[in-house]
Design a protein around this ligand. Structure first.
Ligand SMILES: *Cc1c(COP(=O)(O)O)cnc(C)c1O
Length: 430
């Protein structure tokens, strides 16, 4: 049998899967080269099919906060699976996960579980429109709220990587009620707006925090016109701290969406609100929403196990890991004479080339256009450090990353920063 290589698998994948991948950013288009195919993961590390080990900062884009193949998660999933994997009838796990989510997020009284972040935001927007009887949705340029038609416009993450402003196949009608506004500027809303969607910490255009007091101003503007405020906490939920961005910043939205962390690496999303708003959902109200695999027993078992492990001590550890990493990365660029900024909000870390930290999507794009990320990425991966293969993603250190992982990462980053500096010699440095 032929040896299993990344090259060979990618070639086979390209024959039967468009672009060889099931989510575009995985194809390495914006950094170049052949994607690595993962054979297995353990804690902070993944191994590719060729046996190379990487210290992994992708961590399924934040879905694996405990690290890969955490023994307690595996045990919970195996135990749940032994009793059946899906029933189409309610289970105890769904009730328990909903209880745990509501207990942690100030103001959220009820949630409904779905199977992805995309589904969560899509459903929350429908609920907002149904509850308010209004049509318009407002989103910030560079934010990613999943790939539903109405929300792709000016999307960050992989949409940004592909250089698409939205997507072919999304009709003018589908986005007729979507208004895109710049991040960190309070939009002037009116009484046609059902919902303002926001990532409380923008983490899909690189990491671009909200300006001081900005979330409060959004809350006030929504209140002024009776629009609902939606915090898309698919990344920030149960990562920024025990109560997500809501608790961290002390600003209460009307609607929440979650995903990633709460599934413990299995497909889960959730959307929630007050009992009053949630009462508009079928079977109580007229807003329809459903799912064959919603509240899946394996996923709820994994999610509950993850939440149990997210103690105050765990968040302190994650914060400390991220702080060491961010400071060390900044130092690596400074030493190499490369202008770059490494913003950090709690455990989330961004990386922008150029002297200024962007405050919006245009700024993030200007940084990416300097073209430094592919060199940095390839130097790191050649040194055994897996960053996201796209410049608009953040780094996701996990609870499994140890001091020696960070040391190795920073040693590699110092070499990678020198490699970036070499590409800039003779050119204007950013
Ligand atoms: C990842 C993400 C989504 C979409 O979640 P999927 O599970 O990929 O569908 C939505 N919103 C935000 C903020 C995200 O980061």
């Amino acid at each position: 049998m032929a040896e299993l290589t990344n090259e060979a698998l990618y070639a086979r994948g390209l024959e039967v899967i468009p672009g060889g991948v099931n989510s575009p950013v995985r194809a390495f288009r914006s950094v170049g080269g052949t994607p690595y195919f993962v054979a297995r993961g353990d804690g902070a590390h993944v191994w590719d099919v060729e046996g190379r080990r990487f210290i992994d900062y992708v961590q399924s884009y934040g879905a694996s906060i405990l690290g890969h193949a955490h023994p307690a998660v595996l045990a919970a999933v195996a135990d749940a699976a032994s009793r059946g994997t899906t029933f189409g009838a309610p289970t105890e796990g769904e009730v328990r996960l909903a209880e745990e989510l509501c207990a942690r997020v100030p103001g959220m009284e009820q949630v409904r579980l779905v199977s992805s972040g995309t589904e969560a935001v899509m459903s929350a927007v429908r609920l907002a429109r149904g509850a308010t009887g209004r049509s318009k949705i407002v989103k910030f340029a560079g934010m990613y709220h999943g790939h539903s038609d109405a929300l792709l416009a000016a999307g960050g993450s992989g949409v940004a990587d592909q250089g698409l402003s939205g997507s072919d196949g999304v009709t003018a009608g589908a986005v007729a009620d979507t208004v895109v506004v710049p991040w960190n500027v309070v939009p002037e809303l009116d009484e046609s707006v059902a919902v303002l969607c926001v990532e409380p910490v923008a983490a899909n255009m690189g990491l671009v925090p909200a300006a001081e007091g900005f979330l409060d101003e959004l809350r006030a503007e929504c209140d002024r016109v009776g629009a609902l405020l939606l915090f898309d906490e698919v990344i920030t939920g149960f990562r920024l701290g025990p109560g997500g961005a809501t608790a961290r910043f002390g600003v209460r939205p009307d609607l929440w969406t979650f995903g990633k962390v709460i599934g413990g690496g299995l497909p889960v999303g959730a959307f929630g609100a007050s009992a009053e708003i949630m009462s508009h959902l079928a079977p109580l109200g007229g807003v329809y929403q459903a799912g064959t695999l919603s509240g899946n027993p394996l996923a709820t078992a994994a999610g509950l196990t993850v939440l149990e492990h997210l103690t105050p001590a765990a968040f302190a550890q994650l914060d400390a890991t991220a702080a060491r990493l961010a400071i060390g990365l900044q130092d690596a660029f400074d030493q190499a004479g490369v202008a770059a900024v490494v913003p950090r909000v709690g455990p989330l870390i961004g990386l922008f080339f150029g002297a200024e930290a962007p405050v919006d999507y245009d700024g993030a794009k200007r940084s990416v256009d300097l073209g430094c990320y592919p060199t940095f990425f390839h130097s790191m991966i050649d040194d055994g450090i897996a960053l996201a293969p796209g410049p608009y993603e953040v780094l996701f250190p996990s609870l499994a990353h140890r001091d020696d992982d960070i040391d190795a990462t920073l040693a590699a980053a110092r070499r990678a920063a020198v490699a970036v500096a070499a590409t800039l010699d003779g050119k204007d440095r950013p």
